[in-house]
Design a protein around this ligand. Structure first.
Ligand SMILES: Nc1ncnc2c1ncn2[C@@H]1O[C@H](COP(=O)(O)OP(=O)(O)OP(=O)(O)O)[C@@H](O)[C@H]1O
Ligand SMILES: [Mg+2]
Length: 341
């Protein structure tokens, strides 16, 4: 394998705003890739405690001689280039341990990418990013939040709560295993109870016993709802703390495994106060039946980002074409087929 792009998440992840400037070496010839790289490089001198390190630097917008809001300054004439960035930081020991494990497998690491950003890459459209959108990547152990506005990442953070916490609540309440709790959640769980007749009985397997009991479906929802409500309230509180008061997102997009929890978008609309939709990657190429589901958002977003990055090797604003993504997927498929022979 030539290299791997690694998705990273966890509550140790934080985003910090920074700015960098660089002189344009040939003001008449226009801004070059090198000038852009130097401005981004200059933004990384952020005071960080030793236990934190930079995971990624995500550029927002550029200014040229004070003219702000420029998306792609390449070729523009000017003297002084400035870039606004979000610097994503994470725990040094977490990153060291993660990278050590991968390097032990002799896999070179091409880069680290925040899981929530990868998922956003897969499911958000450019209009949503422009108008203002909150992306929720709700997995098993964590919820990655990424807020986009004016076409770029405004802020991002990770909450250590996900679907596994719901399983745990169910397991404790009904005295059942985590696996049975997850099955109950997936087959019968519902986050939002309004207007639903939930007196139907469901069967539960108990830990260590042969007996199965029947409980009304609504009882399961009563266990699920407080955890989901708590998560959404944490998100609402974090948004109040982490976003400028002028930013009013147009909606919330929910993806990854826990996005499939019945009633979640309704509850998100009620607690966050925006329109909510559940999203999966839009893709019509090979294996589309496997890829077009909420589970694949992070992986598909990583591929799409990697494809875009190779296209962007020179900061072209060209989005990745489906054929570039097909190529990446075909290469990976061949790799795994090679293993299974
Ligand atoms: N139909 C469903 N309804 C509710 N939850 C579901 C459903 N299908 C899967 N899940 C839950 O989705 C979660 C897994 O999602 P995902 O694969 O996105 O997580 P992950 O990426 O492994 O975790 P993390 O991002 O936290 O590291 C599990 O908690 C699983 O129980
Ligand atoms: Mg995940």
């Amino acid at each position: 394998m030539d290299g791997a792009l690694i998705s990273i998440s966890g509550s140790h992840i934080a985003a910090n705003s920074s700015r960098g400037t660089a002189p344009v070496l040939d003001p008449h010839g226009g801004v070059t890739h090198d000038d852009i790289r130097k401005a981004i490089e200059a933004s990384r001198y952020l005071m960080l405690p030793p236990e934190k390190q930079i995971v990624d630097i995500i550029e927002q917008d550029f200014s040229l001689d004070g003219q702000s809001g420029i998306k792609d300054p390449l070729g523009m004439s000017g003297m002084n280039l400035e870039v606004g960035v979000q610097i994503i930081t994470g725990s040094t020991s977490f990153i060291n341990n993660l990278t050590k494990c991968i390097l032990k497998l002799d896999i070179p690491i091409d880069g680290l990418l925040l899981g929530g950003l990868a998922s956003g890459e897969a499911v958000l459209n450019s209009d949503e990013k422009q108008v203002g959108i909150v992306l929720l990547d709700i997995g098993a152990g964590t919820t990655d939040v990424a807020v986009f506005k004016d076409g770029y990442l405004l802020n991002s953070w990770v909450i250590p709560v996900g679907g596994a916490h719901i399983d745990n609540d169910i397991a404790v309440y009904f005295g059942t295993s985590r696996a049975e709790a997850e099955r109950l959640k997936i087959e019968h769980g519902r986050a939002y109870m309004e207007g639903v007749d939930d007196s139907d009985p469901i069967e539960i397997d108990h830990v260590g016993g042969e007996d199965r009991t029947q409980v009304p479906k609504g009882m399961l929802s009563q266990v699920i709802q407080p955890r989901v409500s708590e998560l959404l309230r944490i998100i609402r509180g974090d948004m109040e703390n982490n976003l400028p008061p002028t930013v009013l997102p147009a909606g919330v997009v929910i993806t990854c495994g826990t996005a499939l929890l019945d009633g979640l978008p309704e509850m998100a609309e009620e607690i966050l106060g925006f329109k909510a939709r559940v999203a999966s990657p839009k893709y019509n190429g090979p294996f589309s039946d496997k890829i077009s589901n909420t589970f694949s958002s992070t992986a598909f977003g990583m591929l799409s980002w990697a494809a875009k990055h190779s296209v962007r090797a020179g900061y072209s604003a060209v989005p990745p074409s489906d054929s570039v993504i097909h190529n990446v997927i075909n290469t990976i498929t061949k790799f795994f087929k090679g293993f299974s022979k």
